[in-house]
Design a protein around this ligand. Structure first.
Ligand code: GDP
Length: 307
């Protein structure tokens, strides 16, 4: 999936093969590492953080006992990336939380945020499918009442998945749609309410006010930011803005099946300090996988293309 960072750095690191890997000697390697990370769309501040972590580990006693510089470098890089990608707090188990809510006869409400085109609606459908596989019933709230075609798009997924969509006319109040969907879930004992929302430019004040209102009325149990794994630095800005204005609990990164460089995952994790729960790996409903930080780290540093 990723072009191995290690392979791209190996020539450089190996130049130091016969040298002692002192902090001074490693400055050049870490500059080169920063450049490669930035080229892989890691945010500048995060690239600096990773390379500082690598430099620090390289001179530690623990790492000095390995004889090969490449080995030492890989261990240091792995540890620095792991530090960033592994959330400090426990990652919530959504399915477990839904089960607990169901036991209390309460619908579990999830609000989805994200810019148009990132794969938000597809992700909503994938999550619904995942929940149905666990025997939870789902209702959709078509709270993107702004973009032409958005309600039909959601309804198409709903039809395939045999899910009810609560919808109003285009231009109507999206918070009212969410409210109705929750009431529907309460009346019909539906386990999960998934709220689709509009996603024009995240800096749009009207959009942010609209989303704030939805959040206030729906009081979601969980809010998910959906970001495009291919969007590079844009996804970082989006995550920051949605978090600042609306607030969210976790991220899902889409399009991770494409030849992504991993920069989005590293940067979003580092900057938001929130877990990445799942990643989208294709266009079918089953193309969603739990995000496993260690797998991503191995992918980023592994030698996949050894030239
Ligand atoms: P929205 O505007 O954010 O609701 O985006 P959509 O859900 O309509 O998705 C936009 C496009 O991205 C569609 O063609 C989806 O099939 C595609 N897409 C969504 N998630 C993924 C993914 O994980 N991998 C790939 N390859 N395509 C995806």
């Amino acid at each position: 999936m990723f072009e191995g960072l290690r392979s791209r750095l190996s020539g450089f690191v190996n130049k130091f093969v016969n040298k002692e890997l002192t902090e001074e000697n490693m400055k050049d390697v870490s500059k080169q590492l920063e450049r490669l990370l930035i080229r892989d769309e890691v945010a500048v501040s995060v690239a600096e953080e990773i390379s500082a972590g690598v430099r620090k580990s390289l001179v530690s006693e623990e790492i000095r006992r390995f004889s090969s510089p490449m080995e030492r470098f890989t261990i240091a890089l792995r540890s620095s990336l792991e530090d960033i990608l592994t959330p400090k707090d426990d990652v919530p188990d959504l399915l477990q939380e839904i089960k607990a809510a169901k036991e209390m006869n309460e619908p579990y409400v999830i609000l989805f945020l994200g810019i148009n085109g990132t794969g938000k609606t597809t992700t909503l459908a994938k999550m619904a499918n995942l929940m149905q596989e666990k025997d939870f019933s789902v209702v959709f709230a078509a709270s993107d009442t702004y973009r032409a075609g958005s309600i039909q798009q959601l309804a198409k997924h709903a039809e395939k998945l045999n899910i009810r969509v609560i919808q109003h006319k285009y231009g109507s109040d999206p918070a009212a749609v969410a409210f109705d969907a929750i009431n529907h879930a309460l009346a019909k004992n539906v386990d999960v309410v998934l709220i689709d929302t509009a996603g024009r430019m995240q800096t749009n004040t009207n959009l942010m006010n609209e989303l704030k209102k939805i959040k206030k009325i729906a009081e979601p149990n969980f809010t998910i930011f959906v970001g495009d794994g291919l969007a590079g630095n844009d996804v970082i800005k989006q995550a920051q803005d949605f978090d600042k204005f609306i607030g969210f609990d976790a991220t899902i990164l889409t399009k991770m099946d494409a030849n992504v460089k991993g920069g989005a995952a590293i940067s979003v994790a580092s900057i938001t300090k929130k877990p990445i729960l799942y990643m989208g790996v294709g266009q079918s409903y089953s193309d969603i996988e739990p995000f496993v930080p260690l797998d991503i780290v191995e992918n980023i540093i592994s030698i996949e293309n050894s030239n």
